[in-house]
Ligand binder design. Structure first.
Ligand SMILES: C[S@@+](CC[C@H](N)C(=O)[O-])C[C@H]1O[C@@H](n2cnc3c(N)ncnc32)[C@H](O)[C@@H]1O
Length: 334
């Protein structure tokens, strides 16, 4: 079946990579804010249901019933066997992914939700319209090249704002926004087991791992940070975690999945020290990593050279703008 993921516009490459990692997508195309992909069989459908519970940078997932163009849409809608997908009630929504021209959006200029719903109404045995919460949500997604006629499968529920760092008992100004933290954990492709953060700080990444049902394992060199992480985990209802005071460059255990946001500083002396800390950590990561890691560097760090020197494989990289003087590089390592 053909699916469309509606991606969050703030970082499209990251959004697409997150969806691909969690849903196990290999071949897909990104058209503006849409990720279009073919998924096969019950295994594929199950992966999509799981992804819908986890993804941070996807807002909805749709099944494509058929494609059309602006000229053929009415006729294709009239020809479709709507009784095969209809359940209890329906509504039609149009979303346009064509840049607005003048004061008229493409949606206003070409189609009306009411007119399209009227065509479908005539084709149904027992039509009921429910605009608030239709059981059959029909979405017409218009892009410059194609009109996708879809069923809404999942509207993703996101509650990241509720656990922003300043709303947690153990505050740290450098803890990442939970939405970004979630995407970073997801980039590891974890499906089960433990997620290790060797520089866990107040636990921003571990919280997201715990909320997705994975076992959070955190290390930090600073016991005050570990106390804060513990308070934050309990505050978020996570109990099955392990936190331990340890130098990240000396961790002996091996882990399938690692996600971490490296410490960073600004002065040039700190930079030299940090680069040597990054290298020691990456060399240890090479020993301790069994599957995949997502590691966040300040974008000023010579991360590609350090990764190469440590003998790790760079499987993906993304830039995330934090503020005027700070962007982060999120790298996926194997
Ligand atoms: C950028 S912060 C992590 C922020 C964290 N993701 C959070 O949500 O608060 C980096 C953390 O690395 C810790 N750290 C610095 N050097 C370390 C080392 N050698 N081993 C372990 N932790 C270290 C610091 O104490 C700090 O808490």
């Amino acid at each position: 079946m053909k699916l469309i993921f509606q991606l969050s516009g703030e970082n499209l490459p990251l959004a697409a990579a997150e969806a691909a990692a969690v849903a196990g997508l290999r071949k897909y195309k990104v058209e503006g804010r849409l990720l279009v992909v073919n998924v096969a069989g019950e295994a594929g459908a199950k992966a999509i249901r799981e992804a819908a519970k986890r993804l941070a940078y996807t807002s909805s997932i749709h099944r494509v019933l058929f494609t059309a163009n602006k000229k053929t849409l009415d006729a294709k809608i009239a020809g479709y066997k709507w009784n095969t997908v209809y359940k209890e009630s329906f509504a039609v929504r149009i979303s346009s992914h064509i840049a607005k021209e003048g004061s008229h959006s493409a949606k206003e200029a070409v189609f009306s939700e009411k007119d399209l719903a009227a065509i479908i109404w005539k084709k149904l045995k027992k039509p009921v319209v429910n605009l608030e919460s239709p059981k059959t949500a029909i979405e017409i997604i218009i892009t410059p090249k194609t009109v996708y006629c879809c069923l809404l499968l999942h509207k993703l529920k996101h509650d990241f704002e509720q656990r922003k760092p300043h709303l947690r008992p153990g505050f740290s100004p450098v803890s990442l926004h939970p939405k970004l933290a979630r995407a970073i954990v997801n980039l590891t492709g974890i499906k089960k087991g433990a997620l290790c953060d060797p520089f866990c700080g107040t636990g921003g990444l571990l919280i997201e791992a715990g909320l997705m049902g994975f076992k959070p394992v955190g290390y930090d060199i600073d016991d005050e940070m570990l106390d804060k992480a513990k308070a934050n985990m309990l505050h978020c209802g996570i109990e099955n975690f392990v936190l331990s005071m340890h130098d990240a460059t000396l961790i002996k255990h091996k882990y399938d999945y690692v996600a971490t946001d490296l410490p960073y500083g600004r002065s040039s002396k700190a930079t030299e020290e940090l680069n040597s800390l990054y290298l020691s950590f990456l060399q240890n990561l090479k020993r301790m990593l069994k599957k995949r890691a997502a590691v966040v560097f300040p974008d000023t760090a010579p991360y590609t050279a350090l990764i190469k020197k440590a003998g790790l494989k760079l499987a993906g990289e993304h830039t995330h703008y934090i503020h005027k003087t700070l962007s982060k590089k999120i790298v996926v390592l194997e």
